[in-house]
Design a protein around this ligand. Structure first.
Ligand code: ADP
Ligand code: ASP
Ligand code: MG
Length: 413
């Protein structure tokens, strides 16, 4: 008998019927294993709660926001446990503050710091299925927190790590991790396995199937993660330390994110230290920067463009306007209709020409590249948001990802 953590996403618990389906899956697993179930809020619930708060404020108080957002998961776990108990199965809900999942005080994006497993171990040993809400935690002072969008994945993997579970199953609305978002490119291939590092890269560049922090936890504590479908009982994708398949590919995935916005600062005096000054202002406002491009200077002035999270665009523009006197630029403008599209692959370390191939493919379809950033294992381009889906398909095709063989499976289990 092993200990398994099963996490179900919002669409998996999106209706009462779907909650019954989850109960079927859990009941079957619980016949042979100790089971901890982690649930997201029902599909659309978190978005709806955010909308409610926006009625009063565009930037609601983060602490109160977390009091509100945690109710989404509270509702789904309670309904699920009621469903299990009505079937005569032993299940018991433990909220984030009861477990307890201790986090930092960064409301709406808190980090898990410690998990007390004693209580849930007792419950498991008495034969109960433990049911935990994803996405929520509690500070040392007893305040409720949430872990950032998609945070239930992190709850699942962190609980699996703390409990030394044999596996963390991430049940979702797709059959696993694909070479790109299968909802955009139907020819995307399901990967039988993927390494933690590569998954980390995919997740941080936009593949929302796993929250980035959940992969960081999985890597740190070596939790075997199995991403799989709630609706079809077929093998999914194993996220592991090593994967033979990924090593053989130059480009193994295409991602996109519409999370970012572009800031263009025009006509800055081109003098030593000006970039340092500008980005110090931005950093002091607590705004993170991603891609940066500085144009060649003409007539002693230059333009600097960079991307920030869309949610931070207004703040970034405000800070720059406040410092216009010191920075002496002509004007600043923001554009939130951009997307960042990336080609990722470990094989890039030893192969050249990936960027050129990517730019050529985008150009062939008349997609203008606004900004570029590269690392050892990825090339990212910022483009007009309206071409996102087209660009995903063009790049997936240009790197032949629809033709790769994904049959080899690591002998994991
Ligand atoms: P859940 O509600 O179960 O947490 P999410 O919506 O957070 O599900 O994540 C699953 C979604 O991730 C899929 O429906 C898919 O559209 C998207 N996705 C993006 N990139 C990928 C990828 N490379 N492989 C699989 N799914 C992906
Ligand atoms: N309910 C939260 C969200 O929608 C957390 C999650 O589903 O993982 O972001
Ligand atoms: Mg998710």
């Amino acid at each position: 008998m092993g200990l398994h953590v099963l996490k179900f996403g919002g669409s998996s618990v999106g209706s009462l019927k779907r909650i019954e389906n989850v109960a079927d899956i859990v009941a079957k697993r619980a016949k042979e294993h100790q089971v901890v179930v982690v649930l997201s809020a029902m599909q659309g619930e978190t978005d709806a709660l955010i909308e409610l708060a926006r009625h009063f404020s565009q930037s609601p108080d983060p602490r109160e926001m977390d009091v509100l957002l945690t109710t989404g998961e509270q509702k789904s776990v309670a309904l699920f446990s009621i469903c299990m108990l009505a079937r005569g199965l032993k299940a018991r809900t433990y909220l984030g503050n009861q477990i307890a999942i201790r986090t930092s005080r960064e409301f709406t994006r808190a980090r898990i710091e410690h998990i007390d497993v004693e209580g849930i171990m007792k419950s498991l040993n008495s034969g109960e299925v433990v049911v935990a809400p994803g996405f929520q935690g509690v500070t040392n002072e007893g305040d409720l927190t949430t872990l950032g969008r998609g945070g239930s994945d992190t709850t699942g993997v962190a609980l699996a790590a703390a409990l030394k579970a044999d596996v963390c199953d991430i049940y979702t609305d797709v059959e696993g991790v694909f070479t790109t978002d299968p909802n955009i490119e139907p020819k995307a291939k399901k990967l039988s396995s993927i390494t933690y590092d590569e998954m980390l890269e995919l997740a941080s560049l936009g593949a929302k199937v796993l929250q980035t922090r959940s992969v960081e936890f999985a890597k740190k504590y070596k939790v075997p993660v199995h991403v799989r479908s709630t609706f079809k009982d077929v093998p999914g994708t194993w996220v592991l330390e090593e994967s033979r398949l990924m090593e053989s590919l130059v480009v193994s995935g295409i991602t996109y994110t519409k999370n970012e916005a572009k800031v263009v600062v025009e006509g800055m005096p081109d003098r030593v230290g000006i970039a340092a000054e500008l980005f110090t202002n931005i950093a002091e406002a607590g705004v993170g920067v991603d891609v940066i491009v500085q144009n060649v200077s003409k007539d002693g002035t230059t333009d600097i463009s960079f991307t920030v999270l869309r949610a931070d665009l207004r703040k970034a523009l405000e800070v720059l306007e406040q410092n216009k006197g010191a920075l002496k630029f002509r004007q600043v403008r923001g554009d939130d209709r951009i997307s960042k599209i990336s080609a990722i692959g470990n094989g890039m370390r030893s192969h050249s020409g990936v960027a050129a191939k990517m730019f050529k493919a985008l150009a062939k379809d008349n997609i203008n590249i606004q900004m570029i950033s590269t690392s050892e294992i990825k090339v990212s381009c910022v483009i007009d948001e309206k071409y996102t889906e087209l660009a995903v398909r063009v790049l997936h095709d240009c790197f032949g990802l629809d033709k790769i063989s994904t049959k080899e499976v690591d002998d994991f289990r």
